[in-house]
Design a binder for this molecule. Sequence first.
Ligand code: WTA
Length: 637
Amino acid sequence: MIRKGKLYYPDKAFKDKSWINDKSIYKKADKDPVKFWEDLAKEIDWFKEPKKTFSHYAPYFKWFEGGKLNITYNALDKNLETRKNKVALIWEPEPLNEEPRILTYYELYLEVNKFANALKKLGVKKGDRVGIYLPMIPEVVIAMLACSRIGAVHIVVFSAFSSTALNIRLLDTETKVLITADGYFRRGKVIDLKKNADKALKNTKVKKVIVVKRANNKVAFKKDRDLWWYELVENEKDECSPEKMNSEDTQFILYTSGSTGRPKGCLHVCGGYTVQAYFTGKWIFDLHDEDIFWSTADVGWITGHTYTVYSPLLNGATFLMFEGAPNWPKPDRWADIIDKHGVNIFYTAPTAIRMFKKQCGKLSRTKFKTLRLLGTVGEPIDEHSWNWFFRNVGREKCPLVDTWWQTETGGILISSLPGIGPFKPAYTGLAFPGFKFDILDDKGKSVKTNEKGNLVLLSPFAPALLRMVYKNPKKYKKTYWSDYGDKIYFTSDAAYKDKNGLIRIVGRVDDVIKVAGHRVTTGELENVLSKHEHVTECAIVGIPDKIKGEVPIAFIVSKGKVTESKLEKELILEIREKIGPVALPKRIYLVSDLPKTRSGKIMRRIFKRLFTKEPLGDLSTLANPESVKEIKKIIKK
Ligand code: WTA
């Protein structure tokens, strides 16, 4: 890498080999973004070419209307022509004594077709929703692709989410078929997934549960409802023609945390998602045929959908998938995996990097010889961690792309391109060609260089941007298309630009907390806590954390006779059961009152500032300023 002041640029060798290495691409895209995407979309195989590239009926919009395609045709069939026997997926199990599983493009194609036929036999049709509650095993890829093959809409639910979280999603989508596993390995333990899945079925419309045998743990089996995956596909035909999907047909729904307590279903569509997933992967990760790409993101999150599964396949790449925790059974398991399989491109989250840094310190210089590109996603990365990753893992040779995007955007929107740069520690960089951003103040005026404001996306937005909050157009409009009118998409992130136009993300301005890169909201947690019989009132705030970036802290006003430790235990259990371990508060504080305005609104920023030691600001609007004193004391203790 070449360094110029604070900026880094790719060296000549990298530049020469990369897909995009000429800055003029930005000018070209900027001039006419719609035409730009129209031309790019020609690289996708369509059953029927699109007629109209972009149309806008605020707050709704469409891309590639009139087009017909299937993402799996592009991910599988197309690759059979030149990459039939190329490895598509390398799966590394968590237990060290188990062998990796390798699937070539042809093998993956056969498995997907068989499972697609099995789903059809169960009555699953185009547009039907299918729940997927699976860990990081090859079957999750097969299941997602099989759904896409027949036009069914997958709803993947993170395997570490609780049965209640799964139940909410199954109910909301009226899902009839759920795919799960007996169990899986996590940090040496077998997690009994089927038990969770069974609990989640209460009151739902689920008629069939397909179970992958993974951990061989004993599971309850309900006759007529439960089916073993392996029995189901045993005699299935390995040919299933791909459903011809309209560009604006639903590709999948993925739930995410929003500003209220209930998660919302982000609805993505076939055409735009395929085009953006393909190109962002190709250009940002510079995927070439000889590369092995490892994205550590779990399929339960959007990064797992787009860059662990769809984008590498659309690009005919070889991708690696790992079942377990990257620091299990030893802190540098992740480093061993990179070396063992010769990973070339490594994409992970700042939380993981901070953990690697803490647990592994200076890594042996003999490691990582194969790496040529690094990427991060999900939360802001601090300068120190960026530098550690760049030096110790990237050996100062690999470009480091910091990719900004959201569940809503379906694919990356901001990231400098590796063959062009520049890269600047803690900055996510330039918008991907064809995307137009602005940073606005509260009145809607563009802020100046280095001034903080709200990050917004301007027309023509992005092909993969969500089209709807499932069954909730009101929420769609209010959340994304109301702060600056219905023609500007508000990201809910604060950001600023430096003099080179590089964007730095400051963080969320709504109630979303990014815990280890995972998205949870204060509302979601408060909903759970406030239902406890001994809780009168509660407030959740996100505070900075050295490893996880941010963690939730709970303040509780209790009622009735209960000891602090008993209540704390019960509340933790409650969150574990209703949401999952990702959302657990780091601390629970019992207080006698919460700081409120005279109109009764809880002043969350005060809690946060007590932790970050920022000035508390004007407290004169508080109805109960003495509560602040008490909280200060308790936190100090
Ligand atoms: C944050 C994850 C800083 C941001 C793909 C966004 C980031 C939210 C970055 C979406 C980044 C994502 N730098 N912050 N490179 N990438 N974020 O839906 O606050 O889980 O709004 O999607 O993560 O989180 P989500």
